[in-house]
Write a protein that binds this ligand. Sequence first.
Ligand SMILES: Nc1ncnc2c1ncn2[C@@H]1O[C@H](COP(=O)(O)OP(=O)(O)O)[C@@H](O)[C@H]1O
Ligand SMILES: [Mg+2]
Length: 467
Amino acid sequence: MKWKITLLYIASIIGLLLTVLIVQVAIVTYFVFHNNKLNHQESSPEEITLNLKKQIQWMNGNFYLTKKGEHILTHNKAWMQIVDTNGNVVYNAHTPKNVKQHYTAKDIVFLYKYSVDGYTIFVSELEKNNEKWSYIVAFPYQRVSRFLIYLNINNMFSLYPYGILMLVIAAILCVLIFAYGVAKYMARPVWMLMDNITNLSKGIYEQKSVNKGIYKDVFASLKQLSTNLQELDKKRKQLDKMREEWITNLTHDLKTPLSSIKGYSELLADKNYHFTTEERAKYAKIIESKSLYIEKLIDDLKLTYQLKNDILPLNKKDTDIIKILRDLIISYVNNPAYQDKNIEFIANSTSLILKIDEKLIQRALNNIIINAIVHNSSGTHIKVDVKDDKHAVYIFVEDNGRGIPEEELEHLFDRYFRGSNTKNIEGSGLGLAIAKQIINAHNGEIHVQSKWGKGTTTTVVLKKRIN
Ligand SMILES: Nc1ncnc2c1ncn2[C@@H]1O[C@H](COP(=O)(O)OP(=O)(O)O)[C@@H](O)[C@H]1O
Ligand SMILES: [Mg+2]
């Protein structure tokens, strides 16, 4: 594949060179042929010289030039002489002063070969009065120049065939080397890009990168893409691991209450055994609480997926957030299971109205406060503090319990994440994920600060003007 690209570049460069060559040859040919045709008719000096012959007239023993002939000479800034067989000039037309009036045969040959005094000379013959005359036409050097080219045919043939072959081979080699060099230079970044993309497809995220040249931006984008993919891959693996752990835990979590439910219901169904009313009530209570637990677990799972996929419409109404918190805390304080915790509620006003979904916000706050209760040992002090300013309401849930290890803090809001401080404590790892989803759906913020061994503070900020 890499070689195909290089070959493509080489072929394009050779193609380009050939096209340029062909076009140039075509243009040169056009100008040579087409333009020369025009020149031929108008201004070829040989033609003019020959044409002049027709304009030279003989009358009463004298030569004279027709009007047209005069015009031709003036137009070409040329002059003319007619010489008899003895070399004497018998007629001058437009001739400058110091031009010879007698020529030897040698002179005439010399004239024809070289330009003389700034003139290029053409000589021809005419017959008048049964005699032969020579006539000389001189064109200014600027208008007509003549070059003599000597060809040594022997030398030329000595080049043939090996010399010519060598020239052709040298030219082909030059073109190939040049094309290869250029093609390799041009194809290199594309090779590297291909390597990078192939690596990406294999899940290798290391990228060879070039920070200059025209492909700079492509390399940068690819690097960004690779980083993003790597992060996504990492997250996916983490999520997979969590989900796996969660399924194991969930099966365990469901199995334990289910086996209690099964056991107690079998017991209650046993006709041979007579229960006292207290016993019956006690077992029924256990069955009820275990069922509630399972129900909550399934509910949480449903809610988090609904929130995640944005399929839960928020039912926002004016609601007193202080009342929600007060009711929640009263329920904890009255709950016999939480008697070992010391729960305190402080608020800087008696009522704070926010436009929120009451049930969901209650659920989020419940998840947060319950965490402070269940994840900490007996005697932990829990303080729920509500403050507000012009813009927002701030709810602080603070405990002096066991705290959360620092490296776990960033995962608290991940679904299924359960801390290492949760051994033997029931839970799904969904509480904080759900709380964050709900708070975010209300454009609010949630943060957890914690020190291992010192305690945890969870802060919720809800803006006052939520549209
Ligand atoms: N107040 C807290 N004190 C100690 N640990 C906490 C507290 N709040 C949250 N955590 C930790 O955060 C983890 C995630 O909480 P959460 O999402 O509610 O899951 P779950 O309570 O089901 O374990 C908990 O497992 C626990 O380790
Ligand atoms: Mg929880």
